[in-house]
Design a protein around this ligand. Sequence first.
Ligand code: ADP
Length: 484
Amino acid sequence: MRIAILSSEAVPFAKTGGLADVAGALPKALARQGVDARLILPLHQQIDRSLLSAEVIEDVPVDWRGRVSPIRVFQSEAAGAPAYLIDAGFYFDKPSIYGYANDHERFAFFSRAALALLRKLDWQPDVIHGNDWPCGFAMSELRARRRHDEFFRNTKTVFSIHNLAYQGTFDPKDLWWLGFGDSPEKDDFMLKGAASALKAGLISADALSTVSRRYAEEIQTPEQGAGLDWLLRARRDSLVGITNGVDYELWNPETDPYIAANFSAEDLSGKRECQRDLLRRFALPEDLDRPIIAIISRLVSQKGYDLIRQLSNAILQTGSFFIALGAGAKEYADFLQSWHDQAPRQVGIYKGYAGEPLAHQIEAGADMFLMPSQYEPCGLNQMYSMRYGTVPIVRATGGLDDTVENFNAQYGTGTGFKFREYHAGALLDKIREALYFYSKPEIWQQIQLNGMAQDNSWDAAGKKYVGLYEQLVGEQSKINAVVS
Ligand code: ADP
């Protein structure tokens, strides 16, 4: 089976969040199942050029704005499966991956170039798997093309929702020159007077997936449907929830090259060294008897920073250290700065995108990890935390609810602490409960070991994606059989 995976970001090339982790790990996981999976992404400015191989594909013709522009495509094996990187400096040689007024144009171009590349390679995929709104264009375009284009006639599409809140909206007047001005494509994009690349993907893909079972249910409700719940309800027979896996080649305390000392469930002693190292990195006193609570996330309201802000004094009063790593909204960055200024020997912060090493060092050195999200499609950090013996404190939403089991002191079961109401008091109660059990080392170690024993590897998720692709390809062969 041939699967083309399109993504705007992927590890180890370019990353802002969990989508990159998933898009980097999925092709590898599929390859392990015997699938010929290839990744296509833009050649962003921040991509380390030493990851690219010498062989370049020249003159890929992209039909764009009324003329054919030849582009170059680089290749790499750094993700553990073949990757193609679309070189279009005009659109992608920029300091950030997103955040420009013409983002819709940039990713519409990416989608068109990806399809042009497949034809140039003469590599007919069984399935094109697009991710989030930047790939909504490709979903729509493919459905239109296969009506008349023999090359793509048997290609099916899967569209994965990693976050429904990012909808890729733009002025519908632009649909014409982007090449989506004809009905029904034009109508597929229309959402409350604007054009939305996400909506076009949701309407036109053959199958939809999202990154946890719980989120698949939640997005069908008006509360969590971000204005698209009606469409997801209408397409619920084509929607599956497949919980993301963890790439244990990259996130494994036994082998992690970024952390001060390796450790395992059999021997946790290295974790103490990681704690010392973490406190040093954030210029905090090396008091190893005080718990370290950490958070790593984009600084957006989704991640529950409003609750943390409300609890800033209460958290200080517990005597814990607090370490935060995050990039995003100024409002939350300012809060972190003032919290640090208020208690520089208790609160350590890093504002900005730090890359992989610091994120691993925090996972390894922290005792507790906060994810009080308003909503969370899957969430990866709670799964990384569990593997590193760092106990997650999460809100019971989306993938957090599916992957973290609340600790039950009577039976010694559970992997973390989970609260339901999006309310500062509910979070504080769970922090206090966690701190109480932290003060009982034997019980605490049991919670750590319960988490470390979880298997969230990509194998299970990879098999589910293969099942989904097979179902689509099977339907196609049934249709062909009827036609012939
Ligand atoms: P989301 O996809 O909503 O951002 P996830 O929990 O699924 O949230 O994934 C976040 C990923 O991004 C994790 O790998 C996390 O370590 C990483 N990350 C988030 N913010 C930063 C940052 N400022 N610096 C380094 N890594 C970060």
